[in-house]
Design a protein around this ligand. Sequence first.
Ligand SMILES: [Ca+2]
Ligand SMILES: [Ca+2]
Length: 175
Amino acid sequence: MGVLLELLHPKTTLVVVFILFLCHAGVNAVCKLGWIEHCSSCYKFTDNHTDWENANTYCQGLGGMLLVIESEEENEFIAEEMRNSGMSSTWLGCNDASMEGTWVCYPEGVKKMQYTNWAEGKPDNFNYQDCAVINKKAKWNDRYYVNDMYTICETSSRVSAMSCYILGPDGRIQP
Ligand SMILES: [Ca+2]
Ligand SMILES: [Ca+2]
C-alpha cells in the first residue's frame, strides 16, 4: 500500500511522465518551438527573402542549415507547405559553384545530390547560374547567388540534440 501511495505521489508521477516523454521522444522527433517536424527533420519556414549567402547564414544562425531535399517524399512535403504558406521559389542548400554540373549540398559541402527533381530543361546554367531552388510545384531550377528567394531552414530532429534544450512547462522544447 505504501508503495502504491508513493507511486501516486505527484512528484513521482511527474518523473514517470517525464521518463515516458523521453521514451516517446526517442521514437518520435522533437523540434524547437516554431519548427515543423517531419520524418526525422525539423523545418523552419521563414519570411526571409534574400540571396543564397544571406539565407545560408540566416539558417546557420538559427542552428540549422538551408533546406536539402533527399527524397520525393520530402520534396512533396516541402512543396505542399510552400503552397499552404504562399511561398514562391525557395533556396536549396545546394550549388554547382565549384564545378559546373556537379551539384553538392551543404553543410556537408561534398555530398552529391542523390535525389533531384529538376524542371524540364533545368539546370541550364543560363549565364552561369549555380544555386538550386524549389518552386511550389515541387520543381527545381538553377538561379543566381544574388537572386532573392525564400528561405526554409532544416535541422535533424534527432533526440540527441535534446541535451541542448530545456523542456518548458508545456512539455515543449525551449530554445
Ligand atoms: Ca532534408
Ligand atoms: Ca551552374
